[in-house]
Design a binder for this molecule. Structure first.
Ligand code: NI
Length: 229
C-alpha cells in the first residue's frame, strides 16, 4: 500500500535544508547504483558521508519518530540514514524501472537492514519542475506521485518503480528505506487500517468504551502475532 505522510519537515526546516543542499557537493548517482540499476539511473546524489546530508537526515528521522501516521503505517524496526538525490532537466535526469536492493548495509558499519518499505520525501515544490513523478507499480495498478515539499510517500520496497524524466527545473528529494517489525505488506496494511478505524471510532465513543478496549486488544494481539520486534 502507498501511504502519504504530510509535513514531515516544516517550512523553516525546508528552507534550511534547501540552503544546505544548494551549497553541498553532489556526485554522479551511478557511484552507488547496483549493476542493473546503474543502467537506468541518471541523477546526482549527495555522498553518504556528507555533513549536510547527515544534518537534514537527522531532522527527517526525528520528525518521523514523532509522527503517529508514520509509526502506525511503517511499524519501523530500523530506518536507513536518509540519502539525497537531485534530478535536473539540464542533465537529462530520470531513473528507469527498478526494484530496490533487498538488503542495505548501514554506512557506519554497524549492520544491515532488510528494506521492507521505500520512502521518498519531496524537498522541491511541485511547481518548481516538470516531470519527475515517482511512478510505482503494484498489484493495484500504476501510481504517479508528486507531493508538496516536506511530504513523504511510503511504498512497499518490493514494488517496481521509476522516476520520470525531469523536463524542466530540478527535483530535490530524500530517499531511504525502513525495516519494519512486520515484513509482510498485507499484514501491515491490515494493522494500519484497523488502527486508523479504531482511533476514529474512539473519538466518537471514547477510549473507555468496552468495544474500543476489545478492538485495541485485538490490534495488539495481532501485532504480537506478526511482529518480529
Ligand atoms: Ni528505487
Amino acid at each position: 500500500m502507498l501511504v502519504t505522510i504530510p509535513a514531515v519537515l516544516g517550512p523553516e526546516q525546508l528552507r534550511h535544508a534547501r540552503a544546505l543542499l544548494a551549497a553541498a557537493a553532489w556526485e554522479d548517482g551511478r557511484a552507488t547504483a547496483g549493476v542493473q540499476s546503474a543502467l537506468a539511473k541518471r541523477n546526482e546524489q549527495l555522498p553518504q558521508d556528507s555533513a549536510a546530508g547527515r544534518e537534514i537526515g537527522a531532522a527527517i528521522t526525528a520528525g518521523l519518530g514523532r509522527n503517529a501516521l508514520f509509526l502506525s503505517a511503517a511499524l519501523p524496526k530500523a530506518i536507513f540514514p536518509p540519502l539525497f538525490n537531485r534530478y535536473r532537466a539540464a542533465g537529462g535526469h530520470g531513473f528507469g524501472n527498478h526494484v530496490d536492493n533487498a538488503i542495505r548495509y548501514l554506512p557506519d558499519g554497524s549492520g544491515r537492514i532488510r528494506t521492507d518499505l521505500s520512502a521518498t520525501l519531496f524537498l522541491s515544490a511541485p511547481e518548481e519542475y516538470e516531470g519527475g513523478e515517482l511512478t510505482v507499480e503494484d498489484n493495484y495498478g500504476i501510481h504517479q506521485v508528486k507531493l508538496p515539499a516536506g511530504d513523504l510517500i511510503l511504498y512497499p520496497a518490493t514494488s517496481l518503480h521509476r522516476v520520470e524524466p525531469v523536463t524542466s527545473g530540478e527535483r530535490l528529494a530524500s530517499f531511504f528505506w525502513i525495516e519494519s517489525m512486520v515484513r509482510d505488506d498485507a499484514q501491515r496494511t491490515l494493522l494500519l487500517d484497523m488502527d486508523l478505524a479504531v482511533r476514529r471510532l474512539a473519538e466518537r465513543v471514547g477510549d473507555e468504551d468496552p468495544a474500543i478496549v476489545s478492538l485495541t486488544g485485538t490490534y495488539h494481539n495481532l501485532l504480537r502475532r506478526w511482529a518480529d520486534a
